[in-house]
Design a binder for this molecule. Structure first.
Ligand SMILES: [Zn+2]
Length: 196
């Protein structure tokens, strides 16, 4: 699949899964050959996204082509790719349960088998910084050292993967696991965190 179409599919799949609403969240794929970053634009409802609306940046974040403004969080994507040469796709959303824990500043333990999709780790929380800032990008890069997902304090969640499908699957299961952990907490139930 063409990379632009792949990025559109990521955003639309996230919306179908109920992980983003309307214009929120941002998604990118890095081209293995050129190293260029293909990222969703800001201000376009995800259901109306077309491949030609996707922004293209170089490895340093220089805009090569962008019919619309690139995502406000493009610096976060650029810095993650710079630090993680194993990462070729990134998702960011404000999915309800993961974001609830992000607001609370609480890490999420791996409670169900589905957590193996993101390494069965306890999901860390990146320190707070204003959206769209270099400080936020740096905080997220730091939190992702050795992890493929993290919460953004008082904001949302980021997952990274070796390709678009891998990053989306992690986003789906981080939310599932967050919901299960939330429900277990409500039940006051004891549980054993799972491991790989
Ligand atoms: Zn956000």
């Amino acid at each position: 699949m063409d990379i632009r179409a792949e990025v559109v599919e990521m955003a639309q799949e996230a919306e179908r899964q109920g992980l983003i609403k309307y214009k929120s969240g941002n998604f990118s794929v890095r081209d293995k050959y050129s190293g260029y970053i293909y990222i969703t634009p800001s201000g376009i409802a995800r259901r109306n996204l077309l491949p030609e609306m996707i922004s293209v940046l170089d490895q340093n974040g220089k805009i090569l082509s962008s019919p619309y403004k690139p995502s406000v969080e493009y610096l976060m994507h650029v810095k993650i790719y710079q630090k993680r040469d194993d990462v070729y796709a990134i998702c960011h959303s404000h999915s309800l349960y993961a974001t609830t824990f992000a607001i609370a500043g609480m890490e999420i333990p791996p409670v169900s088998r589905e957590a193996v999709h993101y390494g069965a780790i306890t999901i860390p929380v990146a320190d707070y910084a204003k959206p769209g800032t270099e400080e936020l990008a740096d905080n997220v890069v730091k939190a992702l050292q050795g992890y493929d997902c993290c919460l953004l304090k008082s904001h949302g969640v980021v997952t990274v993967g070796e390709n678009a499908e891998d990053a989306i699957i992690k986003l789906i299961y981080v939310e599932e696991n967050a919901k299960e952990f939330f429900n277990l907490t409500l039940l006051g139930a004891k549980f054993q965190p799972i491991s790989l």
